[in-house]
Design a protein around this ligand. Structure first.
Ligand SMILES: NC(=O)c1ccc[n+]([C@@H]2O[C@H](COP(=O)([O-])OP(=O)(O)OC[C@H]3O[C@@H](n4cnc5c(N)ncnc54)[C@H](OP(=O)(O)O)[C@@H]3O)[C@@H](O)[C@H]2O)c1
Length: 239
């Protein structure tokens, strides 16, 4: 099974000011991406974890929100056996407006380098700058006071990042979908029901009007007893 079974000619063109953005997540049947109260819940099966690592290996950078760092403490590295030919680790990127990344976070230690997009006072950002191998970039704020996605994506592109894999969580995915900055989506759908009180794929926001954020076309799907991998493309051209 090819990693990206969607022919590039099916994609809308990627706007030149930003990298290609691929969303990847594992969801339950009821659309949850973690356990109740945001507890870590492994939804992917073993085969899917391999797919995620191989997918990371063909992207220039992987991005998560600070909520995911605090909940799961992911390292965002690629297991040795999944390294792409000629192996290089994608850059790790965290959206952390309020400088909450713990100094001991796995994403902020070891290699490859990590970029933290933050907003606000230089003196507060200084705390994060103490971390070895971490670069902290002060970004403009968006309307809700968080990292302005357009500025962060433009900065990534200027650094030579052509492809970005966005892994979550709910709030970060909501921002990407709302802004229309998603070029393709891959989901592993696990045949379990998690129930209320667990984060959904896309966080619901007070600004939401009840109309769908975006429509997608399912372009490829494969299934097995432990779940299905689905590939989707947005119906509307991304921004
Ligand atoms: N199943 C999966 O595939 C998967 C993958 C990843 C995560 N998860 C789960 O997702 C959950 C975490 O989701 P979450 O919603 O709490 O956290 P999140 O989306 O990882 O991070 C959200 C935080 O990022 C910061 N942020 C900065 N700029 C932002 C922007 N422009 N838009 C949105 N957020 C921005 C905000 O905090 P500040 O305002 O402090 O900056 C925001 O609260 C965890 O339970 C984790 O297990 C599941």
């Amino acid at each position: 099974m090819p990693l990206e079974p969607v022919a590039p000619e099916l994609h809308h063109p990627v706007p030149s000011w930003r990298p290609l953005v691929t969303v990847n997540a594992a969801v339950s049947l009821d659309g949850r991406i973690a356990g109740r109260g945001g507890r870590t819940l492994r939804l992917s099966d073993r085969e899917d974890l391999g797919r995620v690592h191989r997918m990371r290996a063909v992207h220039d950078a992987i991005l998560v929100g600070i909520g995911t760092v605090l909940a799961d403490d992911p390292a965002l590295v690629i297991k040795h056996e999944y390294h792409a030919e000629g192996g290089r680790d994608p850059m790790r990127v965290v959206l952390d407006s309020h400088h909450r990344t713990p100094l001991t976070a796995r994403v902020a230690s070891g290699t490859p380098p990590t970029l933290i997009y933050s907003v606000g006072a230089e003196d507060r950002i200084e705390r994060l700058r103490k971390m070895h191998g971490v670069e902290v970039v002060a970004c403009p704020r968006d309307a809700s006071g968080r990292v302005d996605l357009k500025a962060a994506l433009g900065d990534l592109k200027a650094r030579g990042i052509e492809s970005l894999m966005v892994e979550g969580g709910s709030r970060v995915l909501a921002s990407f979908f709302r802004a229309g900055f998603v070029d393709r989506v891959t989901l592993f759908v696990a045949p379990v029901l998690v129930g209320e009180g667990a984060p959904p794929l896309v966080a619901v926001d007070a600004e939401d009007s009840g109309t769908p954020l975006a429509g997608f076309t399912l372009v490829h799907a494969t299934g097995r007893p432990s779940g299905a991998v689905v590939h989707l493309l947005p119906d509307k051209a991304p921004r």
